[in-house]
Design a protein around this ligand. Sequence first.
Ligand SMILES: [Zn+2]
Length: 61
Amino acid sequence: MDLEMERKFRCPHCGERVSMLLDLSEDGSHTYVEDCEVCCKPIQIAFEAAGGELVTFGASA
Ligand SMILES: [Zn+2]
């Protein structure tokens, strides 16, 4: 079962529209850091998954 979804958002550093793949196969809260594909600065990603669905999503500098 493929539980990855693409999420588009604006980079908190450069304001450009970027997208990332989220793995929704594990329920609960997940946080990690990924570099922006435009400005290469680290973005803190925090999201919550439940039953393969995205519940909350946040991206901060
Ligand atoms: Zn950026």
